[in-house]
Design a protein around this ligand. Structure first.
Ligand SMILES: Nc1nc2c(c(=O)[nH]1)N[C@H]1C(S)=C(S)[C@@H](COP(=O)(O)O)O[C@H]1N2
Ligand SMILES: [Mo]
Length: 365
């Protein structure tokens, strides 16, 4: 069952999975930069939910594909290197590029899956390492495809035999089982995103349950803000080119209220939608002279943690559904969802939907 044809067929699908993961990963990385190199769209509001869902699904599908592909070439790891210096150099170069490819691919899949499970058995920063190795993986895939193109062409040109020469399962059975495991891996982790299919999602990292119908990643207690949320002295500080104002909950509730159905789309691949209510970010920014070209920085009551601050680019600030939410599902925000108010804007990664907001700063660019 081993051999060129197995390797080539599985390799094509693995290449597709890596290409999808690379493209959606670049998008996710750009979306998380404070000032992205080019303006990303604020609509459709579910765009990031889709791209990040695809990212995690493609990475998950790649696991069985990579395992089968490695198994199909395994005996080749032990071929004796040629003796002649020139042939040996070529051989070592080829082995080196394969080692880089396998190493970076395994690294990406392992760190990605571990991040989805919020398990960090390492000391390096996930985001920087996963991003850097994505380029190494992409480069070595391109090199590998270029080097192997003649073999791939030949292997794909031949039919996949229906029955094996001897006894035992055929190559066709093996390929079928491989597709099936990739499909099962995707369904078992991603079906949670499809209404009615959550029970099928046996490997989903989130139960899908939480206060007000939305799961919680970082609770108020976990973020060490629980004691600060019901302080009657809380004011939203708004700063901008026109000065500074302080708004109480009553002041915010006296402003025009707006409702929006928006998802929380976590980088880990899970997402959940809710009905949010509150004031528009652009209305708040306008109080301190914020104009259509201005970005907004939102800061949390939280004093530690990577996600206590985020920057909303001008086109997101202007979107009518970008809110400082005071309510979820018709009730005041649950403490774990960011009471007294949180940022919720369309088309953004979950990590940027800052909770327990204390300050809004208009930044003139
Ligand atoms: N202040 C603050 N805001 C935060 C976070 C955080 O750790 N601190 N976590 C973010 C992450 S990773 C996600 S996915 C969303 C999840 O929101 P939820 O925990 O309310 O579901 O909130 C974001 N907002
Ligand atoms: Mo997240």
């Amino acid at each position: 069952m081993r051999g060129e044809r197995t390797t080539a067929h599985v390799g094509v699908w693995l290449g597709v999975a890596f290409a999808v993961a690379f493209a959606t990963g670049l998008y996710s990385h750009a979306a998380q930069l404070a000032t992205p190199p080019l303006a990303l769209p604020a609509a459709p509001s579910r765009l990031y939910q889709v791209t990040q869902g695809l990212h995690v699904a493609a990475g998950t599908a790649a696991v069985p594909l990579l395992l089968v592909k490695l198994w199909s070439v395994f005996p080749r790891l032990f071929v004796r290197p040629p003796g002649r210096p020139r042939a040996l150099a070529v051989h070592l170069l080829e082995r080196g590029s394969v080692a880089l490819l396998v190493g970076s691919a395994v690294f990406q899949l392992v760190t990605g899956l571990a991040n989805s499970a919020q398990w960090y058995p390492w000391s390096f920063g996930f985001v920087g390492a996963h991003y850097a190795l994505a380029w190494v993986a992409a480069g070595s895939v391109v090199l590998h495809v270029a080097v192997k193109l003649p073999v791939v062409r030949r292997a794909l040109g031949e039919p996949v035999e229906r029955t094996a020469a001897g006894t035992g399962p055929s190559r066709r059975t093996l390929l079928g089982a491989t597709w099936l495991s990739a499909a099962i891996a995707v369904v078992a982790t991603s079906a949670a995103e499809v209404p009615g299919l959550r029970r099928v999602a046996l490997l989903a990292v989130r139960s899908g349950e939480g206060p007000q119908g939305v799961p919680v990643n970082r609770s108020a207690v976990g973020a060490a803000v629980a004691g600060l949320l019901d302080d009657p002295a809380w004011r939203l500080r708004v700063v901008g080119p026109g000065g500074a104002v302080e708004l109480s909950i009553a002041d915010l509730e006296a402003m025009p209220q707006h409702g929006a159905d928006l998802p929380i789309a976590c980088v880990e691949g899970w997402s959940a939608s809710g009905r949010w209510g509150g004031v528009r970010v652009r209305d708040v920014a306008a109080l301190v002279g914020g104009g259509p070209g201005d970005d907004v920085v939102v800061r949390s009551l939280q004093t530690r943690g990577a996600y206590r601050e985020s920057r909303l680019p001008a086109n997101f600030v202007q979107h009518p559904d970008s809110l400082l939410a005071l309510r979820l599902a018709g009730e005041p925000l649950h403490p774990d969802h960011g009471r007294p108010c949180r940022l919720i804007a369309p088309g953004r990664p979950g990590v940027l939907q800052t909770k327990w907001v204390r300050e809004v700063q208009v930044v003139t660019t």
